[in-house]
Write a protein that binds this ligand. Structure first.
Ligand SMILES: CC(C)(COP(=O)(O)OP(=O)(O)OC[C@H]1O[C@@H](n2cnc3c(N)ncnc32)[C@H](O)[C@@H]1OP(=O)(O)O)[C@@H](O)C(=O)NCCC(=O)NCCS
Length: 321
C-alpha cells in the first residue's frame, strides 16, 4: 500500500465514529509500520490465511461471528453444525495475526437447480482490521480451494445497501447478480447489521471467467463504469437531502442499462435515522426487483461517484445470454 492510500483509508467517510477510527488506527499501526509498500493488502508476514482444522479454531470462528454481527447466542452457528459441515466438504479459512484469528470465510457445497457448486455463507473481518484487503484475500483463498476441487462457481448473498460489500463483490471480485431475495433471513435477527431487514442480492462468482481473472489481477473497470453511469438517469438517486428519489420505472426498463444509487455508509444512516435507511431499503428493493424480473443483470458497482461523501451506484445491463 502506498503511503497516500494508507492515509486515504482514514478519511472520515470510511469510519462510523471517532472511537472506532482510533481503535482501528491502534490495531493497524503495527501492520502498516511493518510494510508501507504492499499493494492493496496487508503484509503476508503480518497476516496468514490458512485452512482451519481443529474444533478450537471453529470455536474461534463462532466467537468472531458473534462479535462481527453482534448476534445473540441463539443466532450464532451451532458448533456441532460447524463440525459436521467441516467433516462433509465445507471450506473453512481463517486469517491470523500470530495466533489470533482476525477474519474467516466459510463455504459449503451446494446443489442449486441441479448444479453442483459452493455457497459462501459467511465472510468476516474483525473491525480493527477492516479495509486492509483481508476480506479480498480470504475470497481469493476460497476461490483457489474451490477451483482445486474442480468446481468453477461460488454463490453468496449480501445486503445491496452496504457500499463496502458492493465494492468488494462487484468491483474487486467481479461477481454478477440476477436475483434479489426479500428478507432472506427474516424481517429481523438479533444482529446489529440486520436492523433494516435482511434483503439480499444473490451473487454468482464465475471463478474461471475472464471477467473474474481480470479483476483478481487487479484490473478495475471503474472508468468504463463511470462513463456508462454518466449517461444514465438513475432509477433510484440521492435527491440532495439524503433521501432516495425514484425515476420513472417504465422508462428505465425500456433501456439497455439502469443505474441504482445507494448511500456511501448505510450503517451510519441506520444509527442516525433508521426511517431514512428504511426508505432506501424500500426504494432499492422495488428497483432491483423490477429490473431483475425484467431481465437485467447487476454487473458493476462504482463507489463515490460524486466525490468521497457521496453515494455509489450499481450498473445493471441487459446481457445476451
Ligand atoms: C465485508 C468485510 C468482510 C470486508 O472485509 P475487509 O477486510 O474490510 O475487505 P477488503 O479490505 O478486502 O475490501 C474492502 C473494500 O471496501 C472499501 N470500502 C470501505 N468502506 C467503503 C464504503 N463505505 N463504500 C465503498 N467501499 C468501501 C475498502 O477501501 C476496500 O476497497 P479497496 O481495497 O479497493 O480500497 C468486513 O467489512 C465484514 O466483516 N463485514 C461484516 C460482515 C459482512 O458483511 N460479511 C459479508 C457478507 S457475509
Amino acid at each position: 500500500m502506498q503511503l497516500s492510500s494508507a492515509i486515504y483509508k482514514y478519511l472520515p467517510w470510511r469510519t462510523s465514529s471517532l472511537a472506532a477510527a482510533r481503535w482501528r488506527w491502534l490495531a493497524r499501526s503495527s501492520i502498516l509500520a511493518e510494510n508501507l509498500t504492499m499493494p492493496n493488502s496487508v503484509s503476508n508476514s503480518a497476516i496468514s490465511i490458512r485452512n482451519l482444522t481443529t474444533i478450537e479454531e471453529l470455536e474461534a470462528v463462532l466467537r468472531l461471528e458473534k462479535e462481527v454481527w453482534g448476534f445473540e447466542d441463539a443466532d450464532v452457528t451451532p458448533l456441532t453444525l460447524a463440525v459436521a459441515m467441516k467433516a462433509t466438504g465445507s471450506i473453512w479459512l481463517g486469517a491470523f495475526k500470530k495466533d489470533a484469528m482476525v477474519g474467516f470465510a466459510f463455504a459449503f457445497p451446494s446443489l442449486e437447480e441441479g448444479k453442483v457448486g459452493f455457497h459462501s455463507h459467511t465472510l468476516a473481518v474483525h473491525p480493527a482490521f477492516d479495509n486492509l484487503g483481508l476480506g479480498y484475500q480470504l475470497k481469493l483463498a476460497q476461490r483457489d480451494r474451490v477451483l482445486a476441487r474442480g468446481i468453477a462457481e461460488i454463490t453468496w448473498t449480501f445486503d445491496p445497501l452496504r457500499s463496502r460489500n458492493a465494492h468488494l463483490n462487484f468491483a474487486k471480485l467481479g461477481v454478477i447478480s440476477n436475483s434479489y431475495r426479500l428478507d432472506f433471513y427474516g424481517a429481523q435477527t438479533s444482529s446489529s447489521l440486520h436492523t433494516n431487514g435482511t434483503d439480499r442480492l444473490w451473487v454468482t462468482w464465475r471463478l474461471a471467467d475472464s471477467r473474474v481473472e481480470e479483476r483478481v489481477k487487479g484490473r478495475s473497470r471503474r472508468s468504463e463504469t463511470l462513463d456508462a453511469l454518466a449517461l444514465l438517469e438513475p432509477l433510484v438517486r440521492f435527491n440532495g437531502d439524503g433521501n432516495p428519489a425514484e425515476a420513472d420505472l417504465c422508462q428505465a426498463l425500456s433501456r439497455q442499462r439502469i443505474a441504482i444509487e445507494i448511500p456511501g455508509d448505510i450503517g451510519q444512516m441506520e444509527s442516525s435515522d433508521i426511517g431514512r435507511a428504511h426508505q432506501w431499503r424500500l426504494a432499492t428493493r422495488r428497483a432491483f426487483t423490477e429490473a431483475l424480473n425484467a431481465g437485467f443483470t447487476v454487473t458493476e458497482f462504482c463507489r463515490s461517484i460524486r466525490g468521497q461523501q457521496g453515494p455509489g451506484a450499481y450498473l445493471l445491463e441487459r446481457l445476451n445470454h
